[in-house]
Design a protein around this ligand. Structure first.
Ligand code: NDP
Length: 246
């Protein structure tokens, strides 16, 4: 049985990587899915074409996470086209690197805008439409919890901020029966962090099971949280990182 029949989802950054895998998995469970992207129009459209040719409803919307009005418009368009919004997946993100001596104010502002402010903006726009049973699931990082190397303070800061957001929103929205959770992937094989990349082996060395996640592994956990079996889980953090933080 498809667990998300009749549900509508919006996945930010659904053109590639973890977001595309989440879009595919939610659609496989019967949800109508809108994905946002910023520059990858063709890959986003190809995800949509795949979902539509499998019999689902899907669309791609260009919405830069830096642009609050564009994100709000993406929420409104999803509601107009698909008749509501049940599931918001805050996934789009960037991975700035460099130690504090070299950080610029522009990088700081951009990281906060994309990784932290946008999930707040998307939630603000989405909650007005969300019925009881709604879900907000944010993609954090295991680096929000433990920082094993120098050079990732901006990223860790932005992802740690999402933990507080998740817990606060869970309290705000609990009375309305809306669940809010955060998933912390560890090393996951995407364009952001290829499993055969220069920095992959040091990451594997931190893990209890030294194997990168596939994006689909993260999507499976997110989809469980979005489904009926996740109804009692809220304000919670889920780490999926091969035991790197254990
Ligand atoms: P990718 O770089 O592979 O994909 C990033 C996605 O985010 C793309 O769809 C991209 O759109 C979108 N995006 C980037 N910037 C913006 C923006 N300004 N506005 C809108 N969309 C944007 O990354 P991953 O799939 O690996 O990462 C997804 C999430 O998972 C991120 O939040 C990341 O921090 C987190 N994560 C990833 C880990 C990993 O090891 N891969 C580990 C822990 C967390 P476009 O294609 O148009 O550029």
């Amino acid at each position: 049985m498809q667990q998300l029949n009749g549900k509508v989802a919006l996945v930010t950054g659904g053109s590639r990587g973890i977001g595309a895998a989440i879009a595919r998995r939610l659609a496989a469970e019967g949800a109508s899915v809108a994905v946002t992207y910023v520059s990858s129009e063709a890959p986003a459209q190809s995800v949509v074409d795949e979902l539509v040719s499998a019999g689902g409803r899907a669309m791609a919307i260009r919405a830069d996470n830096c642009d609050a009005a564009a994100l709000e418009a993406a929420v409104e368009r999803t509601v107009e086209e698909f008749g509501g919004l049940d599931i918001l997946i805050n996934n789009a993100g960037i991975f700035p690197t460099g130690t504090i001596e070299g950080v610029t104010l522009e990088e700081l502002d951009r990281t906060i805008a994309i990784n932290l402010r946008a999930p707040v903006v998307a939630a603000m726009a989405a909650v007005g439409h969300m019925p009881e049973g709604g879900r907000i699931i944010t993609i954090g990082s295991n680096l929000a919890v433990r920082v094993p190397w120098p050079g990732i303070s901006l990223y860790a800061m932005s992802k740690a901020g999402l933990v507080g957001l998740t817990k606060g929103l869970a309290r705000d929205l609990g009375p309305r029966g809306i669940n809010v959770n955060i998933v912390h992937p560890g090393s996951t094989d995407t364009d952001m962090n290829p499993a055969d990349g220069e920095y992959a082996d040091p990451q594997r060395n931190l893990m209890a099971i030294p194997r990168y996640n596939e994006a689909a592994d993260v999507a499976g956990l997110v989809t469980w949280l979005a489904g009926p079996e996740g109804r009692s889980v809220t304000g919670a953090e889920f780490t999926i990182d091969g035991g790197a933080n254990s």
